[in-house]
Design a protein around this ligand. Structure first.
Ligand SMILES: [Cu+2]
Length: 163
């Protein structure tokens, strides 16, 4: 199994409203799994990290967080599957875009976040073997076909000569 990943939120920019970081886009391009860690780097004079319900996240209502982090370098390990909603609780920061949501999927689903099935190597293997089969099949098929064609042509020649 692949190792758990550590994600620096906002990459080099960190957790901020400066620099126009698009946290939604930052999160959209990643697959988050149980055991992965989010690292928030910021100055706790100006920012904090609050995990919210979906409703409060959407409305930027930071008054009743599920969890608050304010150490200025928070490492949050994603311990369970499901949606996580994060925002900065400082006034106006959520509205300015300092927020993002993620969907955490089981560790076993590292490559297929939308699938709920247990891991099975067969789908990709089947595809590979199908590809291999179809790529080797045509020459085999066409040589058979060529043989049948030659045989039919031979029969036709015999028929023509028999008249
Ligand atoms: Cu902030």
């Amino acid at each position: 199994m692949a190792m758990a990943a550590v994600y620096n939120v906002g990459d080099a920019a960190g957790w901020t409203i400066m620099g126009g970081v698009d946290y939604r886009k930052w999160a959209d391009h990643k697959d988050f799994h149980v055991g992965d860690t989010l690292v928030f780097k910021y100055s706790n004079q100006y920012h904090n990290v609050k995990q919210m319900s979906q409703k409060d996240f959407l409305s930027c209502n930071a008054t009743s967080p599920i969890a608050i982090y304010a150490t200025d370098s928070d490492s949050i390990t994603l311990k369970s599957t499901g949606h996580y909603y994060f925002l900065c609780g400082f006034p106006g920061h959520c509205e300015a875009g300092q927020k993002f949501q993620i969907l955490v999927t089981p560790t076993s689903l590292r490559r297929t976040p939308s699938t709920i099935l247990p891991p099975s190597p067969s789908p990709s293997d089947d595809e590979t073997s199908t590809t291999t089969f179809t790529s080797t099949a045509p020459p085999f098929y066409s040589s058979n076909f060529l043989f049948v064609f030659k045989f039919l042509a031979f029969c036709l020649v015999l028929t023509v000569f028999s008249f």
